[in-house]
Write a protein that binds this ligand. Structure first.
Ligand SMILES: [Zn+2]
Ligand SMILES: [Zn+2]
Length: 288
């Protein structure tokens, strides 16, 4: 099996209410060489928090902070992010019958609070924000885009990391975000803008523009990506920790095992670049 390669998970979720939670996940990940996880908050209802306005999002923030501390106690360094997922826009209109303008106002107000949480050091970044990856009504894509722009502005002003969940329409997806950032007057540190769930070729394109990108670390993708693309991206499990969809997208510890299996083939230097250097560059954590 070769020796343990330190593995960084640049985008994952933990759910202590319905799923395994950070305690079990971090322990298993750490045992397989996991040294870092960026824990991204799920939507309130994923934790059985019924929607009751902005307060339900505030409850998520407290839960997230506890999850990050729990993971740290298990020996895994963390970055903590909370946001306003584009799927929330659809859910709030469909299930909770909010008016589109109300959703926009709620999303923008929440993003402003997240900026203050970043500034105070309670949070490391804003995410996920972005656009729906599935077909939805035009006004909902517009709301998501406006919330995304607000998130970029707030992240820029408060020195937050920002995780973008986008439609993956190829390079043009990156182009649109790049232009939004340019119109804001740029970012101090563009490495803090993370394009999540990217195809490897698009990840390379985003990094060429100065941004960061994560590629899903499923066994098949790892086989096809590691050693074949320049080591400029990071890996993500995007594990949603939902017992209804076990192992989706991939368990962080399974990702770590597969990274290790491929180490002889692709070489340690290549893996250290992806799993340590790129994480350190984006998240500003000290290496293991
Ligand atoms: Zn996502
Ligand atoms: Zn995610």
């Amino acid at each position: 099996m070769g020796r343990i390669i330190p593995v960084g998970d640049a985008h994952t979720h933990t759910n202590p209410v319905r799923g395994l939670g950070a305690e079990k996940i971090a322990a298993r990940f750490h045992a397989e060489g996991g040294w870092f996880m960026a824990i991204v908050a799920l939507s309130p209802w994923a934790y059985n928090i019924e929607f009751n306005g902005i307060d339900s999002y505030r409850q998520v923030l407290d839960l997230l902070a506890r999850e990050c501390m729990t993971a740290e106690d298990a020996g895994v360094k963390t970055a903590c992010l909370a946001g306003f997922h584009p799927a929330d826009v659809d859910r709030l209109i469909d299930k909770y019958k909010l008016d589109p303008v109300e959703v926009l106002k709620l999303g923008e107000a929440w993003i402003s609070e997240l900026g203050r949480a970043c500034r105070s050091g309670f949070l490391d970044g804003i995410g996920e924000v972005g656009r729906q990856h599935y077909k939805t009504r035009a006004e909902r894509v517009i709301i998501s885009e406006l919330i995304l722009r607000k998130a970029l502005e707030i992240a820029r002003d408060n020195d937050c990391i920002v995780h973008l969940h986008l439609e993956n329409a190829g390079k043009i997806t990156i182009e649109l975000v790049d232009r939004a950032i340019t119109s804001l007057g740029g970012f101090q540190d563009t490495a803090k803008v993370v394009f999540h769930h990217m195809k490897p070729s698009h990840a390379v394109y985003a990094v060429d523009r100065g941004y960061s990108a994560t590629v899903p670390g499923t066994p098949t993708l790892l086989e096809n990506v590691l050693g074949k693309f320049p080591p400029v991206f990071m890996l993500e499990s995007d594990h949603i920790d939902d017992p209804m969809r076990p192992g989706a997208v991939v368990y962080p510890w399974v990702m770590a095992q597969h990274v290790r299996r491929l180490s002889r083939k692709v070489g340690e230097e290549y893996l250290y670049k992806i799993n340590i250097d790129n994480i350190v560059r984006t998240y500003g954590v000290s290496p293991p």
